[in-house]
Design a protein around this ligand. Sequence first.
Ligand code: FAD
Length: 383
Amino acid sequence: MTASAPTRRIAVIGGSVIGLACAWTIARVGLADEVVIHEPDDSGPDGVPTSGAAWVAGGMLAPFSEAWPGEEDVFALGVASLRLWNTFLADLAPHTPPGREIRSATHTHMLAVDDADARDLEMAMSWAEGNDVVVVEGVKGSDLRRVTRRELRAAEPSLARVARAAYRMDSEGAVDNRVLLAALARACRAEGVTWVRGEVGSLDDDDIAGADRIVLAAGAGSAALAGLPIRPVKGEVLRLRARPGCEDAPRGVVRAFVRGRPLYLVPRDGGLVVGATQYEHGDDRQVTVAGVRDLLADAETIFPGIGEYELAEMIAGLRPMTPDNLPILGADPDDPRVVFATGHGRNGIALTPITAATVLAELQNRPIPDAARAAGAGRFRRG
Ligand SMILES: Cc1cc2nc3c(=O)[nH]c(=O)nc-3n(C[C@H](O)[C@H](O)[C@H](O)COP(=O)(O)OP(=O)(O)OC[C@H]3O[C@@H](n4cnc5c(N)ncnc54)[C@H](O)[C@@H]3O)c2cc1C
């Protein structure tokens, strides 16, 4: 493809968070005569899919609280995306459904409740602090800081006094994933994006083969379409709704290790989201008794007030995981018509802005963002 070749039609396969964000970003700059999303599921508000992981997700923007030594590239990509969120949200603001907010939390506390978890948390956070300075050009450090028990109590008075160690970040927080999906769908419509309702069986389907470029954003469904090493990793979450007189939910995101299990509480319009379990069960989206039991027990250890909340929803989704936890972004070396935007695992909401920016740069034949270079498809394709 040359930069000057006119692009008539771009087909985006998958119309969940990544597909919608890519379609909107492409359509906004007028890169093609037609941008078409191929997505079978229109069961949610504004016609968004409810079967993708994005409908289920906690919505955390969490490169620091997900940081782990050895995952330098994952961390760098997450930090680069975090820095794009304010502009991304400002651009989406006119499309946000009336009376709703996309951002649902503007800070995060990370806690450990026993000594072993405290040691792991301290190790991961000091690694993240050190790496942030190295990987993000021109930015010195972050707003990550250790907080005392007294500071934690003042910031989040409804939490039990169980933390052995705690850190805070003001630049993480969360978005409401369902409001985000609705806003993206509205933004796509405003830019003239259209939908074909149906599952794509193969990249040789007539509809797809006729497109000049193809963006593959089908989450866990991308493996079958392009032979990529993406596996579904099941996660369960609970949605709790506040009832009159119950204790206020935490003000920001709270992440913790409880009995060695990761747990998060995310404030959400009138309640909170509790997540998440993690199992390698293939294509299984059923919510299990053991999953719900563990989530409730761990959440109650951190936030004893949950007992009074309404258990409004239990839901499971499939994270599209790759072997190295990095997504697969950029042109397919085996078929340059195809641009991958998939394999986002646990972080697809957080990585939405950098993914859309990378796909756009690739389609425009411009250099992709530095932090996205390690996520190229070349690591799984010979070319
Ligand atoms: C329990 C849980 C909690 C999570 N929490 C967070 C979080 O806090 N923060 C975060 O950043 N990320 C989180 N994630 C991860 C995040 O949800 C995913 O990484 C993200 O949704 C991936 O987006 P996607 O659009 O690629 O895929 P999905 O949202 O899974 O959507 C894929 C879409 O592709 C469509 N599709 C599939 N096959 C085809 C086909 N053949 N033809 C046409 N369409 C097709 C599907 O219908 C679906 O709509 C969580 C995930 C889970 C399961």
